[in-house]
Design a protein around this ligand. Sequence first.
Ligand code: FE
Length: 183
Amino acid sequence: MSGQIVDRLFAIFASKGDQSYFGEPISQTEHALQAACLAHSEGAKETLIAAALLHDIGHLLHELPEDAAESGIDARHERVGQGWLARYFREEVSASVGLHVAAKRYLAYINPEYHDRLSEASAISLRVQGGPLSPEEALDFEETRYSPEAVRLRLWDDRAKVEGLVVPGLEFYRAILLCSIRS
Ligand code: FE
């Protein structure tokens, strides 16, 4: 059963992961692998490495044009991903994925420099996603379970856009994914 979920995920990456990562010079699969590699190299626990690898799976589970954000469509991919992952993976995985857009809005509120450093595509999607959190929303976010994990994930997400970077492939993460499946 658990092995089948991992096989299914790898099949999703194989069939749809070549799509470009919204306005960036890399594919969805490259982006996922770079985010997971950053999590792994920083010693994150298995569930958070799994979340880094799967944080944008919501983009691959439904059909929207690649320029959805530029067209003003907020696909809520983090909620699509969270809902799907919650069926198979431990809560830390699905909750961190579900919060990774809120984490970007939080970081943009708390740190104006973060906002200025966002890539052009990421700045556009931030606007579509509601812009920086308000002070009240930021307090709520800080009190939300798994928000620290989501912030770490977000910072890897932002860095995982390096064209041509060589990183381990999907199979490297099989055991990590298996450890992250809910019992
Ligand atoms: Fe991402």
